[in-house]
Design a protein around this ligand. Structure first.
Ligand code: SF4
Length: 345
């Protein structure tokens, strides 16, 4: 075959990529860079119990609208209990909080790889930027994640590609390395220049992120993980996201709503065996007592519920206690702050 024919056949093959899309700026830019090069793209968005979409600072972003704006197909993948199993004992450990970034990214890469194989794509692209995140976006971590998922050479990070070893797609000429970015680090300058190039008037805010990187939330996750030989339920995890939490015994905890919305969320999460506790004659929180309990514990929880209500602090008030639909009443005084503070998670 003549050189001319070889070049022609390369030109005719339209490369196809799967993008891990978060809805944040970085992954959108990565997609735009590839679309500009004539690469056909389908996106995969990941939802974990702790983050709405893959962690390109995309939590809460409008990933569906972004995919529509980009004109690409979107597949959403939900991780549930399998994510909690990984979180219980991540092979590569945790970051500064309970964030198991390397194992988490490996799960995301696996989801992208599966879709890549399903649609016969040539590569996966991500919005990762070298050294943007300490745990998962350094050269060694990126290599580990590729090795763990059998994706060596198959993952192109267009924003940082010139700072990374050439991928298979660059080596074979499917995409042009000279058109790739060389951003690294935490500064957003490079991304903002690119956003301007693509005419993105108001780039999505870089704020947001995964709950597992939040120190206060991480304490709650650590507390619940060590209570279970296996894993907590997804309902237990949802409950971590609302209210004040109090560890009563290794087997029991109390969750106290902080406002009307949280009270509603707590009610929606009540499950079999939970005890719901509310001040009867005063405005106050909805509380769940979850786990092994006795009457003394219920009385303590009633006192804590009153402490966060409008009930007078120096006299007794009634508290409604509901167990599996049947109600009873406890009369007690509000707990003092030292008790509540001592057991708060
Ligand atoms: S911050 Fe880490 S644990 Fe959280 S979604 Fe991103 S990679 Fe996963």
């Amino acid at each position: 075959m003549s050189q001319q024919n070889v070049d022609k056949s390369v030109d005719e093959k339209k490369p196809k990529a799967v993008a891990l899309l978060s809805g944040g700026l970085d992954s959108s830019l990565a997609v735009r860079m590839m679309l500009e090069q004539g690469v056909e793209i389908e996106a995969v968005a990941i939802k974990t119990p702790f983050c709405d979409f893959d962690c390109g600072k995309g939590c809460g972003h409008r990933v569906k609208e972004v995919a529509d704006e980009l004109g690409i197909k979107l597949k959403t993948v939900y991780f549930g209990e399998e994510y909690l199993r990984m979180l219980k004992k991540p092979k590569y450990g945790y970051g500064s909080g309970m964030n198991p970034c390397i194992d988490c990214r490996a799960m995301m890469y696996n989801a992208a790889r599966e879709h890549m194989e399903k649609i016969g794509a040539d590569l996966v692209i991500t919005g990762e930027v070298l050294f943007q995140r300490p745990m998962s976006q350094n050269s060694r971590a990126l290599q580990i994640i590729e090795n763990e998922t059998g994706m060596e050479g198959k993952v192109l990070r267009p924003l940082s590609a010139k700072n990374l070893p050439p991928t298979d797609a660059e080596k074979s000429g499917l995409v042009k390395r000279e058109n790739m970015g060389e951003i690294k680090g935490r500064s957003r300058k490079g991304q903002l220049v690119m956003a301007k190039h693509f005419g993105i008037a108001e780039p999505p805010n870089a704020a947001g992120g995964c709950l597992l990187t939040d120190p206060a939330f991480s304490k709650r996750v650590e507390d619940i993980m060590e209570r279970f030989d296996d894993i907590p339920s997804l309902n237990d995890i949802e409950l971590l996201k609302v209210g004040r939490h109090f560890r009563l015994t290794p087997d029991a905890k109390l969750v106290v709503g902080r406002n009307k919305d949280e009270n509603e969320m707590i009610k929606a999460l009540v499950t079999e065996g939970d005890i719901m506790i509310e001040a009867k004659d005063h405005v106050g929180p909805t509380c769940i007592l979850r786990g092994k309990h006795d009457d003394a514990m219920v009385a303590t929880c009633a006192a804590i519920a009153l402490r966060y209500s409008d009930a007078p602090k120096d006299s007794e008030s009634k508290v409604r206690v509901t167990i599996d639909g049947s109600e009873r009443e406890v009369i007690t005084s509000p707990a003092d702050s030292s008790l509540a503070d001592a057991i708060r998670i």
